[in-house]
Every structure is written in C-alpha cells, then in structure tokens.
Design a protein around this ligand. Structure first.
Ligand SMILES: Nc1ncnc2c1ncn2[C@@H]1O[C@H](COP(=O)(O)OP(=O)(O)OP(=O)(O)O)[C@@H](O)[C@H]1O
Ligand SMILES: [Mg+2]
Length: 252
C-alpha cells in the first residue's frame, strides 16, 4: 500500500451528507441549545427517518444538514463540499443544484399557481423544465388537474404533495423532507413514501425525512432517534413494532 495515500478513495459508500459534532444554539434572551453535538453520516442512495419528540431538534437538524441554516459549531459536508468554507452565493448554488427540501409548513408561494410553485427551483436556478419529468411527478403525486390552482385553493394534503413535487423537480442528490406525510391519510402517505423511495432508487438519491409515524419510519432503511438535541439511538431496517417500542421508550 502506498503510505503517501492520506485520503480514502472515493467510493459509492462516501456519504452524501456528513455532520460532524454539529451544535446549533438559537440566540435570544434565553438561548436554546437545539443541537448539542450531532455526528451523522447519511449514505448515498439511502432513506433515513429522523424521529424524536416535539422540540428534540429534528427540524433544526434538517435545516442545518441542508445548508439552510449555519451550525453554531461543527461541520456540515454536502457531497464533497464543506459548507463552512463556501460564500453565500456558492452555498445557494450548491443547495439549488443538489438539495431538495420539503418544509414542515410547505412554504408554497400564495400568488403562484401549483405548476409555477413546482417549477420555482428551476426558475431560480435558471434551468428549463423537463416536461416529461414534471408530468410524471404531477401524475404520481395525484396532482393532475390541480396545476392551475393557487395554494389557497388546495387541501392540506394536496399542498403537501405540491411541496414534495417542488423538492423533486430538480432531481436533487439529497432530499430533506420535514414530516412529508404529516397531512396525509395513511393510504396517501404510503403512496407518497413509495414515490420518495422509488425516486431515490432511480436517481440514486439520498432521502432524509422527519416523521412521527412508525409505519413511515419502518419503510426507511435506517431510523435515527433524537432526544434533546442528541442522537440517542439508531435502528437498522426496523419493523413498525420496534420503532413504536423505541419511541415509547423515549417518552419515559
Ligand atoms: N428560530 C428559533 N429560535 C429559537 N428557538 C428555536 C427556533 N427554532 C426552533 N427553536 C427551538 O429549538 C428546539 C428544537 O426545535 P425544532 O423545531 O428543531 O424541534 P422539532 O424536533 O422539529 O419539533 P417538532 O416535532 O415540534 O416539529 C425547540 O426547543 C425549539 O423551541
Ligand atoms: Mg419540526
């Protein structure tokens, strides 16, 4: 072996996103330590579910891992780019090219119709629309016939599916989804999850989703449990029962 080789070869097992000792404290009259030292590798092409009680830091973890917010301490590496070293412009470009994000609150633009909301990341990135891919997303998310509506004219579940289409339209390498099935009935939720998994497989995409639902989590290959800003446990390919039991354990 060449003793001068100091870096590992790039392989498909190189993580898509790497968090190293990430801390996030929200400043304020009473600062809140939302993340207190999270180290996590998210493997390429894997589906990971993040679980934990309300306030445990799940949304904060997603925001920081996606480069939407800066950690107070620690490193976030997306692909082979350390986000700390990037200018705001480069970070925005990295996000637009590689990251898709489904917000817990959807964040749809009220005066744009469904189609324009889905196309927004393409427009912002100066890219043209792949009509076939857009049609496939609209069809598989059950949004056919709704593309001319405004967000205010949609149900919560429909708005959530528009937010998912918007996150996938750029074919990002990493998709972060904050409770992407929270507003959906269990059947629609299962369909959306199947779409996320299928897209992940086809595009070799990494998916990280937050959920409170054991059935959704059990469909992931890996479940990471957060408590009070720390990773406290991890389950690989768990059953619904294992996830439920572990979540009940956290509540004690
Ligand atoms: N912008 C902010 N400013 C100050 N504190 C915040 C901010 N965002 C979140 N927090 C606090 O950080 C902690 C973690 O919040 P976070 O939103 O990450 O939790 P969560 O696990 O996503 O909860 P939920 O399941 O309710 O969505 C909470 O104590 C919350 O009150
Ligand atoms: Mg949250």
């Amino acid at each position: 072996m060449d003793i001068h080789t100091t870096t590992l070869p790039r392989t498909t097992t190189q993580p898509a996103v790497r968090l190293v000792d990430v801390h996030k404290t929200y400043a304020g009259a009473t600062p809140v330590a939302a993340l207190r030292g999270v180290t996590l590798d998210l493997g390429r092409g894997t589906v990971t579910a993040i679980m934990g009680q309300s306030g445990s830091g799940k949304s904060t973890l997603l925001n920081v891992a996606a480069g939407l917010d800066q950690p107070t301490r620690g490193r976030v590496v997306i692909g082979d780019q350390d986000t700390a070293g990037l200018s705001p412009d480069r970070l925005t470009r990295l996000r637009r090219e590689q990251v898709g994000f489904v917000f817990q609150s959807y964040n749809l633009i009220g005066h744009l119709d469904v189609r324009a909301n889905i196309e927004l990341p393409l427009v912002l990135g100066g890219r043209s629309t792949d009509e076939a891919w857009l049609a496939e997303l609209v069809g598989s998310l059950g949004l056919t016939g709704l593309t001319g509506r405004l967000p205010g004219e949609l149900s919560g579940g429909q708005a959530q599916r528009v937010a998912i289409a918007r996150a996938l339209v750029t074919r990002p390498t990493v998709v972060f989804a904050d409770e992407p099935t929270g507003a959906l009935d269990s059947r629609t939720g299962a369909q959306v999850l199947e779409l996320l998994r299928d897209t992940a497989r086809r595009l070799d995409q990494t998916v990280v989703l937050v959920t409170h639902d054991s059935v959704v989590a059990a469909a992931a290959e890996r479940v990471v449990l957060l408590a009070d800003g720390l990773v406290v446990d991890e389950l690989l390919a768990p059953t619904v029962e294992q996830v439920t039991a572990r979540m009940l354990g956290l509540g004690r």
